[in-house]
Ligand binder design. Structure first.
Ligand code: BG6
Length: 303
C-alpha cells in the first residue's frame, strides 16, 4: 500500500504519458518503465539499477537471473549494478558490503525527460550518515541513463569534501548471450589483465577473450571500445567507454554458479559481464570540489 502511494506520487511528478511511467516492479520495488519508438527499458529506484534494455525489433540485451532476490537493500542479480565506492571486497574492511553501497541504496529520482527519440532518467545518491559509516567522503553522485537506440549510462561523482578522495567504480553490465562457449570479446588483444581466479597473477591477453572456465579478470588500461560477439543470437554488442581505464570480464561457470543462491545453476551459459570500470591500481582520484564522470554506451548490430 505504501509502495503504491509512493508510486502514485512519483507518477504525478515524473510520468511522461505514453513514454515513461513509474510502476511497481518485482518484489513491489519501484521502477521507471520506458517505452519509446526506439527502445523499451527499465530502471529500478533501489540501486538505480537498469534491468532491461530492448531496442525496437531486437531481443532483450541484458541478462537478469530468474533467481534474483527482489528485496530492498539486496542487490539485483543481473542488469547493471552500480559498484561504488569500492569494487569487490573493501580492502581495509572485509565486513563492508561487496562492491560498495551504491547498488543497495535507494537513489532519488531527479528527472525523467524526453531527449529526442530517447528518454533520459536521472537519479541522485548523496552521502549521509549511513554512507559515512562505510566511507567518510562527502559526495554527490548523479547517474543518467538514456534509453534509446543506444543505451547510454553516465555516472558522475562530485567530491563535496575538503580533501581529495580515491574510489573504485563499475557499471557491472550483465549481457544476455546465446551460448557462453560460442561468444567472444574482441578488442582486448595484447592488453594486460589481473586474473582473479589465479591469485591475481598479471597476464597478457592473446587474441579474443574466449570463456572456457570460471573467468574473473580486470583488464588494465583498456581501449575506448570493445565488442561482444554472439553468433548464436546473431548479434554484436558494442561497449564504448569514456573515462574508464579498466574492463572487468566475469563469468562464474559451473561451480561458482551452483554456489550462488540468487543465480540459476545453468544460467552461466546465457550471460557474461563485460564491465565499464575504474578498479584496483586504476582507481579514481578526485580533488576537493572536483568531479569525475565515467560513461558507457551500448549499441547493437547484427553479427
Ligand atoms: C565481478 C567480480 O565483477 O562480480 C567477481 O569481478 C564477483 O569477483 C562478481 O564474483 C559478482 O559479485 P557479487 O558481489 O555481485 O556476487
Amino acid at each position: 500500500m505504501k509502495a503504491m502511494a509512493t508510486i502514485a506520487e512519483l507518477n504525478r511528478r515524473f510520468e511522461i504519458p505514453g513514454l515513461a511511467r513509474i510502476d511497481e516492479g518485482n518484489g513491489g520495488l519501484p521502477k521507471v518503465v520506458v517505452t519509446t519508438a526506439e527502445a523499451a527499458g527499465e530502471i529500478y529506484l533501489p540501486g538505480a539499477h537498469v534491468t532491461s534494455w530492448k531496442p525496437s525489433g531486437r531481443e532483450e540485451v541484458l541478462f537478469v537471473s530468474a533467481k534474483s532476490r527482489w528485496e530492498d537493500g539486496v542487490a539485483i542479480r543481473g542488469g547493471v549494478p552500480i559498484c561504488f565506492p569500492w569494487f569487490g571486497s573493501k580492502q581495509d574492511d572485509p565486513k563492508a558490503p561487496a562492491h560498495g553501497f551504491a547498488r543497495t541504496r535507494a537513489w532519488d529520482l531527479q528527472s525523467v525527460e524526453k531527449d529526442g527519440d530517447s528518454v533520459r532518467v536521472t537519479m541522485i545518491l548523496e552521502s549521509d550518515e549511513k554512507t559515512k559509516k562505510w566511507w567518510p567522503a562527502d559526495f554527490r553522485s548523479e547517474y543518467r541513463v538514456i534509453f534509446g537506440r543506444e543505451l547510454r549510462m553516465e555516472l558522475t561523482m562530485k567530491n563535496l569534501g575538503a580533501e581529495a578522495v580515491r574510489f573504485e567504480e563499475a557499471l557491472h553490465t550483465y549481457f544476455r548471450i546465446g551460448d557462453i562457449e560460442k561468444a567472444r570479446v574482441q578488442g582486448l588483444d595484447g592488453i594486460k589483465y589481473t586474473d582473479k581466479t589465479d591469485a591475481r597473477c598479471e597476464k597478457m591477453q592473446q587474441g579474443d577473450v574466449l570463456i572456457t572456465a570460471e573467468t574473473d579478470r580486470e583488464y588494465l588500461d583498456t581501449p575506448h571500445a570493445v565488442e561482444l560477439i554472439d553468433p548464436v543470437m546473431g548479434r554484436k554488442i558494442g561497449i564504448a567507454n569514456q573515462n574508464s581505464r579498466t574492463t572487468v570480464v566475469w563469468n562464474p561457470w559451473v561451480k561458482k554458479a551452483a554456489a550462488m543462491s540468487d543465480f540459476g545453476d545453468e544460467e552461466w551459459r546465457q550471460m557474461i559481464c563485460v564491465e565499464t570500470t575504474n578498479v584496483s591500481q586504476l582507481a579514481v582520484d578526485v580533488g576537493a570540489g572536483c568531479k569525475h564522470q565515467m560513461r558507457a554506451k551500448i549499441s547493437i548490430e547484427n553479427s
